[in-house]
Design a protein around this ligand. Sequence first.
Ligand SMILES: C[S@@+](CC[C@H](N)C(=O)[O-])C[C@H]1O[C@@H](n2cnc3c(N)ncnc32)[C@H](O)[C@@H]1O
Ligand code: SF4
Ligand code: SF4
Length: 355
Amino acid sequence: MFARAMHSPHHPILAQIIPTRRCNLDCAYCNEYDNTSAPVPTEVMLARIDDLGRLGTTIITVSGGEPTLHPDLDRLILRIRRCGAIATLITNGLLLTPERIGALNRAGLDYLQISIDNATPDEVSKKSLQALDQKLKWLAEHAEFDVTINSVLGCGVRNPEDAYQIAVRARELGFQSTVGILHDHNGQLAPLEPAHRAVQERILALGSGLFSFAHYDRFQQAIVEGRPNSWHCRAGGRFLYICEDGLVHFCSQQRGAPAIPLEDYTIEHLKRYAAQGKPCAPLCTISCVHQTAMLDAFREAPRETLAGILDRRRQRNPDFRVPALVSMLDWMFLDPARRSLFSKFALRLLGASRD
Ligand SMILES: C[S@@+](CC[C@H](N)C(=O)[O-])C[C@H]1O[C@@H](n2cnc3c(N)ncnc32)[C@H](O)[C@@H]1O
Ligand code: SF4
Ligand code: SF4
């Protein structure tokens, strides 16, 4: 994924597709579901996945509504893999069973994000550890794909500190954990209370991988502190949101723009909408679009971006030492004299070259 993102500046890095708008829950902070919609017909979904393959999409995420309500989810995952894309799924996990997990393994799922907001259910969210811990154990036992638990910080659950307990539980089971920051219904930052910031600090202190976007990216730090980010959102180009009607939107919170049918979407659209300025960018909390922007930052200014990541890590932990592997990659790829030679070789090795 990283290699392909580095190689081409125009193809979508990440696309989210919605196989059903219906959900079996009703989280108080969510505007992405209804209780009535039928699943999108499987053949229609397969054609949309092929269209994303045609555009060269690197990662296709199946979201919703609740995607496990789609009767042919496994066929969708299989098709994503056949298109050569990385297949990921975002779910509330309620319908996971050992059989379901086995079917996702066989379909070739690469990565699953399960959303858990609290220790016990409350009026805001029923996605609780109490309801989902057995599902987590089944995932730990059976899943052949990577698992991350995501909690939404600031979403109004009774005990915001539960996010820490969830992050600890994730590590016990060998999973990653991420913290999403609540957005309002335009994708904009909803003010965070000091208690939420304290919880995020405690979760950060648990540690994470050097390149964990979730914990160390500069976007999230500014957002948690209530500061605007200065960045260029490339939604519509590097990130696509395909609604249940098959229209391309910038993201889940900017539905209606540009709202072009996916089958008509071309490389010219990708370039035009990636370049377009978005007034909602400074206070945007849509982390998956931030992550695609970080990859582009790495592509355009690798040395500076790596230096920023290492600086932030040192600020958090004065004893931090740069791992030998990172120093070696820096030597191979970030020095202009060696970069071209090693990049060509690495892209061929990783199968990412489109030459
Ligand atoms: C819309 S849900 C769809 C997939 C599935 N139903 C689930 O809950 O994981 C995708 C993710 O968006 C998060 N989400 C929903 N509303 C949000 C909001 N207002 N702010 C931040 N994250 C939100 C959910 O918690 C979930 O992790
Ligand atoms: S489970 Fe997911 S889609 Fe359903 S209401 Fe909650 S956040 Fe929204
Ligand atoms: S800045 Fe981009 S990702 Fe964020 S809300 Fe606006 S269009 Fe969506």
